[in-house]
Design a binder for this molecule. Structure first.
Ligand code: NAD
Length: 489
């Protein structure tokens, strides 16, 4: 489907969703979203704050005490299924909104919308298939476990993949019968607001999903610290994750933290390089590198290092950078602030004499004011350099040469993060050894990312966070277990 140019956003973006009603922030204040492709003002959003979070939490609790709380698991599953189909009908609209708001190429926005639909389908189907157990116990007793919702759940979402992250966390939380208060990032809210409209159209009862836009330090902090919120799911930076965890700890509230990484792809000399090559580049710079599981480090066994470098370099030189609605390979980064962060790392690399293996060329006709950075591949970077250790969140990858399996493992595990890792080798025994020894939440063998893998539990260790989303595992995280021991003699 194509949309007229200029594309008009088909709803009022400046409203919060509380208890099934669209309303302004209590203070009436708004913030302005920007278009990363040209730096222009895009649309106002409500600047929700503590009073709005209070209202949203109260509305969520009322939904739990009312129609939403009385829904059977099968009914919840059916609503999620309807939402999934409605999202699929709106893939093009959602992709256009994401292009304007996040600077995401249309094909990536479409993929995110399809992933959102798939999460809703998966969790809709799973809603009535999660159950407790009967336990062998002492004579005269029947003992069993009941799996129950936490109650009101808080969802703090970043700007890089709003649709996918809402799908995996809100989808699972609703399936288990929780009522959600969702705080999207102040940089990008449009697809979250559109999704909430879709949910209401599909018959999701009022208050089961509430959306409060606003600043992290206002609305986000109020949600994390709210005493009636019983679970928090957070995706974003390490520093903010620590604040959220500390705030929730005061109320003894469990937190799932997904905080990004510095994930490696490890290429052994026996790997099928033809199969690996597209993934070595794409998984590093997709979404302009703003992906928590971006493969920002490429570790290559020395015997094939030059070949891998040259073949990756060729791909870099062919990358098309441009405005998101033109559906380029790489769009802008989200904001001027993020652009400066990436440029800071590029300057640091220059100052320390790192060699550039390849850099994409920025076309001269890019829209002025857009937040563009040239995708850059660095050649054999020292493993302790900041570019090889820190999450840049831009289209920057580092190559690192290694000799043998032990060194590959030491390098792969040698950062403060542990989100995912990819291993490329034909040696089956080595595949298993690496899978066991890598310190991270997901290992991909002869692939990277498994196409998103809605069914596959996802999350990190070390500074990449804790708790698991996606797959069935998320349903356990978004519920609590009650044990019942009945004495009947
Ligand atoms: P951030 O952690 O500041 O923001 C993520 C979310 O947290 C947003 O919704 C924000 O409004 C909210 N937030 C901010 N301050 C808060 C607070 N005090 N209490 C509660 N919520 C709060 O991330 P950012 O500023 O958008 O990005 C900074 C860095 O974080 C990036 O450069 C990147 O390294 C990392 N990041 C990681 C991911 C990921 O998927 N792991 C996503 C986005 C950003």
């Amino acid at each position: 489907m194509s949309f007229p140019t200029p594309f008009e956003i088909p709803f009022d973006t400046s409203l919060l969703l509380i208890g099934g009603e669209w309303r302004s922030a209590t203070t009436g204040a708004t913030l302005m979203l920007g278009n990363p492709s040209d730096g222009s003002d895009l649309a106002p959003i409500a600047r929700g704050a503590a009073a709005d979070i209070d209202a949203a939490v109260a509305a969520a609790q009322a939904a739990l005490d009312g129609p939403w709380g009385r829904c059977t698991a099968a009914e919840r599953g059916r609503v999620l299924g309807t939402m999934s189909r409605k999202v699929l009908e709106n893939v093009d609209l959602l992709a256009h909104l994401e292009a304007l708001d996040v600077g995401k190429p249309l094909k990536q926005g479409r993929a995110d919308a399809v992933a959102l639909a798939r999460y809703l389908e998966f969790y809709g189907g799973a809603a009535d298939k999660v159950h407790g157990a009967t336990l062998p116990f002492q004579a005269g007793f029947t003992a069993l476990t009941l799996r129950e919702p936490h109650g009101v759940t808080g969802h703090i979402v970043p700007w890089n993949y709003p649709m996918q992250i809402v799908g995996r966390s809100v989808g699972a939380a609703l399936a288990m019968g929780n009522a959600c208060v969702l705080k999207p990032a102040e940089e990008a809210c449009l697809t979250v607001l559109a999704f909430a409209r879709i949910a209401l159209d599909c018959g999701l009862p009022a208050g089961a999903l509430n959306v409060v836009t606003g600043l992290g330090e206002e609305a986000g902090a109020a949600l994390a610290a709210h005493p009636q919120v019983r679970h928090i799911s957070f995706t974003g930076s390490v520093a903010t994750g620590a604040l959220v965890q500390a705030a929730a700890a005061k109320n003894a509230v469990p937190v799932t933290l997904e905080l990004g990484g510095k994930s490696p792809q490890i290429v052994f000399a026996d790997a099928d390089l033809d199969a690996a090559l597209p993934s070595l580049v794409n998984a590093g710079i997709q979404n302009a590198g703003q992906t928590c599981s971006a493969a920002s480090r490429v570790l290559v066994e020395r015997a094939v290092f030059v070949e891998v470098r040259e073949r990756m370099a060729e791909r870099y030189r062919a990358l098309r950078v441009g405005a998101a609605l033109g559906d380029p390979d790489i769009g802008p980064v989200i904001s001027q602030r993020q652009q400066r962060v990436v440029e800071h790392y590029l300057a640091m690399a220059r100052d320390s004499g790192l060699r550039i293996a390849a850099q994409a060329v920025l076309p001269p006709d890019l829209p002025a004011g857009g937040h563009y950075v040239a995708p850059t591949l660095f050649d054999d970077v020292p493993a302790d350099h900041a570019l090889a250790q820190q999450e840049i969140f831009g289209p920057v990858q580092v190559l690192i040469a290694f000799d043998g399996e032990a060194q590959a493992l030491a390098l792969a595990n040698g950062t403060a993060f542990g989100l995912v890792a990819g291993v490329w080798t034909r040696d089956g025994a080595r595949q298993m050894r690496m899978a066991h020894a890598l310190k991270c939440g997901q290992v991909f063998v002869n692939n990277y990312g498994a196409g998103g893998g809605v069914e596959l539990p996802f999350g990190g260790v070390k500074l990449s966070g804790h708790g698991r989303e996606k797959g069935f595992e998320a349903l356990y995280g978004f519920s609590t277990l009650k044990t019942v021991a009945m004495f009947h003699g």
